[in-house]
Design a protein around this ligand. Structure first.
Ligand SMILES: Cc1cc2nc3c(=O)[nH]c(=O)nc-3n(C[C@H](O)[C@H](O)[C@H](O)COP(=O)(O)OP(=O)(O)OC[C@H]3O[C@@H](n4cnc5c(N)ncnc54)[C@H](O)[C@@H]3O)c2cc1C
Length: 391
């Protein structure tokens, strides 16, 4: 018997497991993947997410893997205008990071194991187990067959297509639509100029440094172009980079390329019910947003912390106390995530970056306001707050 079973062992699940186990909670963490394992996701982490890793004692280990700090950002909506600045600082942290998921997720799983979590990889959730209207466990299948485990709480940290959400019938309480698609690849030899954003003309190109001396280069399009782009990804990708970011395109030679271009057309924006009797969802299973603002990993960390702040005391006090803690957690999730969700949907729906130009021209040369602009991407500042500060 465990206190908590967590399905999904990446940034939401492994972080939740780690934080609970450090408080003495008996946790089983299960994933069908085996780590290190990649996933379809780019991996920019804003300073708030970096601050969580620092607070959890994992930042130094991550930096030691050769993850380059990102301390400068540039935003280029037209050929002749560049807004240069720094990430929007959070709790003393001024850098962003872009760790490969093969590295970040494995680091979290390893830290969870070191904290006493029982980690089972290569095991897939088959169904949750109910008793008298309450989830009391879960059944899994691995190479050895089917096994069942019991716990006071089952956590669904199993991503957008969450099996836990499906099994418990977690309702989608907000469906804000699917507006974008993104494709990305890795190249060596780009100069380190921090994170570079080239946005306009119905496409966005981003480049930022990551592990192994590589840069991640990404192109985002409206979802309406997904089917066409998929027909010949390399061609459309390189053409978009050539059009929006010619200096980056020059560097994207075949010799410098590390792997194939990957991507996704499922960037839907939704919020699911947070919890019910004996279950709770965290990370993308609970709330997912278009990747345009790169907030999913940081949000998963924030939800892990919120749950870990409320759950351990309740676990010893019985089901009613657990349900009350989960309700509190859900309220915090909605309160903390509201601005970021609405801002992301607004960005994802498009609108011309040209409309922003007068504001960007007004804040150019004012580092605090430029960082506030990047704070909008990080979900920490609203456009109204920036406009008011710039007035
Ligand atoms: C193209 C793209 C680009 C993105 N770029 C960024 C970015 O730059 N920055 C950012 O912060 N976010 C980005 N995101 C979002 C980010 O990837 C997610 O928010 C984040 O991965 C959510 O983490 P998670 O732990 O909730 O779920 P996931 O990372 O989806 O992990 C879920 C885990 O659950 C496991 N699982 C699923 N079903 C089962 C089952 N039945 N049994 C056992 N295990 C199961 C899976 O194997 C997986 O390991 C991007 C997403 C996409 C698609």
């Amino acid at each position: 018997m465990y206190d908590v079973i967590i399905v999904g062992a990446r940034c939401a699940g492994a972080a939740t497991a780690l934080l609970l186990a450090r408080q003495g909670v008996r946790v089983l963490l299960v994933d069908r993947a085996t780590f290190p394992s990649d996933t379809v996701s780019t991996h920019l982490l804003h300073p708030a997410g970096v601050a969580r890793l620092r607070d959890w004692g994992l930042l130094d280990s991550l930096l030691a893997t050769g993850c380059p700090p990102i301390e400068a950002i540039s935003f280029q909506p037209t050929e002749d205008f560049v807004l240069r600045g720094a990430p929007y600082a959070y709790d003393g942290v001024t850098m962003s990071l872009a760790p490969r998921r093969t590295v970040l997720d494995a680091l979290l799983v390893e830290a969870a194991g070191a904290a006493g979590v029982e980690v089972r990889e290569g095991a897939s959730l088959q169904r949750v187990v109910w008793e008298e209207g309450r989830v009391v466990g879960a059944e899994f299948r691995d190479g050895g067959g089917v096994f069942e485990e019991r716990a006071a709480l089952v956590v669904g940290a199993d991503g957008r297509r969450s099996s836990v959400a499906r099994e418990v019938g977690a309702e989608v309480v907000r469906d804000a639509g699917n507006f974008g698609c993104q494709f990305y690849g890795y190249w060596a030899g780009l100069p380190d100029e921090g994170a570079q954003l080239f946005v306009g003309g119905g496409q966005a190109v981003l480049a930022f440094p990551t592990h192994h001396g590589n840069h991640l280069v990404l192109v985002g399009w409206p979802h309406a172009r997904f089917a066409e782009v998929k027909q010949d990804i390399d061609h459309h990708f390189l053409a978009a980079v050539a059009e929006r970011a010619p200096t980056v395109r020059e560097r994207l030679t075949e010799d410098a390329r590390a792997g194939r271009i990957a991507g996704s057309g499922d960037l839907s924006n939704y919020i699911r019910a947070s919890s019910g009797p004996g279950w709770v969802l965290v990370g993308d299973a609970a709330m997912a947003k278009d990747a345009v603002t790169a907030q999913g990993i940081g949000d998963a960390f924030a939800q892990a912390q919120s749950l870990a702040d409320r759950l351990p005391a309740a676990l010893g006090a019985g089901p009613a106390a657990v349900d009350a803690a989960l309700t509190e957690h859900g309220a915090e999730r909605d309160r903390a995530g509201a601005v970021a969700f609405e801002t992301t949907v607004a960005f994802a729906m498009g609108g011309s970056s040209g409309e922003l130009l007068p504001l960007l021209r007004a804040i150019k040369g004012r580092p605090d306001l430029v960082s506030m602009f990047y704070g909008i991407y990080a979900g920490r500042v609203t456009m109204d707050e920036l406009v008011a500060a710039a007035a």
